[in-house]
Design a protein around this ligand. Structure first.
Ligand code: ADP
Ligand code: MG
Length: 310
């Protein structure tokens, strides 16, 4: 490995040309990303943000307009073979040749990568994606969840150190989602660097060490999951008085405050602009008899809405 990063992307741009059915569309406006080896990295963004375009450029399926990308230290233009050998991609769309069974799908893919018969791990991979008992089932007859697992297996036949999953859990039920999460964690524990795209915040929060939020083809923010949550600049302080309140006390009139339906005082504030001490002082000045104080912090969902609203 030549680089400390599993994937490095600089100034990546993509403009889809005008066609009969669609106008010219700039899907990526200059993306910079560095994905650390060994991490689970989340590319989070709403539909149409450009996530699949980015993944498909890495997969060699979409031609970039400008910028550079390297995979495991190999530039995708200068060294496409090595770049491809080090990445496995599970596409968003499920597609298999319907006339091959699960085992054959994996064998064909191994052949495609030029892996000699004696070095193939077909049985091991079937086991890993829990399809051993379906090895002779035509791919068209597999359930949606099984097809997805087969796609993961297919992406892993050449044992790449990086696995990219494009919306691995879009449209799957809760149970299968949990199972996919488990598999992602297991693969990462075995040393595989994972990149996944998702529009589910919950998923990014659950799985990822680091998250880049992208919207309209730009990285809006990129940070560790912990920092994203910590730096979130909105908190709520809920003050329960001895009696129901009917109006916001005068000392707090200059703050964003209201009385909720339970008669509690709700104060919204940005911790970076005002500290809790000042708010408590204002409360003391109002001579309220306080029986309870609670604070709530926004979750990733709020950050996401905050950052992607345009
Ligand atoms: P995401 O995966 O985040 O939902 P995509 O990368 O699929 O986003 O799409 C980003 C933008 O590029 C969207 O506006 C989409 O309509 C457009 N787009 C994607 N693929 C094509 C294509 N093959 N031709 C033209 N426009 C495309
Ligand atoms: Mg997509």
């Amino acid at each position: 490995m030549k680089s400390e990063y599993a994937i490095e992307i600089r100034g990546l741009k993509k403009t889809y040309k005008k066609t009969k059915s669609s106008d010219e569309k700039t899907a990526l406006k200059g993306i910079d990303l560095q994905i650390e080896t060994g991490s689970i990295f989340g590319l989070l963004g709403p539909n149409g943000a450009g996530k699949s375009t980015l993944i498909n450029i890495l997969a060699g399926l979409v031609q970039k307009t400008a910028g550079t990308a390297s995979i495991w230290g190999f530039d995708i233009d200068e060294n496409p073979r090595n770049a491809k050998a080090n990445i496995g991609i599970v596409p968003q769309e499920i597609y298999f040749d319907p006339f091959f069974n699960a085992r054959e799908v994996l064998e064909l893919q191994a052949g495609f990568f030029g892996i000699p018969k004696e070095r193939r791990r077909t049985a091991e991979i079937l086991e890993m994606v829990e399809l051993t008992d379906k090895s002779k089932t035509y791919s068209r007859s597999l359930s949606g969840g099984m097809k997805r697992r087969l796609l993961v297996g297919k992406a892993m036949v050449h044992n790449p150190p990086i696995l990219v999953l494009d919306e691995p859990t879009a449209g799957v039920d809760v149970e299968l989602r949990k199972k996919i999460w488990q598999q992602v964690k297991e693969m990462n524990a075995r040393g595989v660097t994972i990149v996944l795209t998702t529009h589910y915040l919950e998923e990014a929060e659950e799985l990822c060490d680091k998250i880049a939020i992208i919207n309209h083809g730009e990285v809006v923010t990129c940070d560790t999951t912990a920092n994203l949550l910590k730096h979130l600049d909105e908190k709520q302080l809920i003050v329960q008085g001895a009696e129901r309140l009917t109006s916001v006390p005068n000392t707090l009139k200059d703050m964003q405050a209201h009385i909720d339906k339970n008669g509690a005082l709700v104060i919204k504030f940005s911790p970076s602009k005002i500290n809790m001490g000042e708010i408590l002082k204002k409360l003391a000045e109002a001579s309220l008899e306080i029986i309870d104080l609670t604070t709530t912090q926004s979750d990733l969902e709020d950050i996401f809405l905050q950052l992607t609203k345009t």
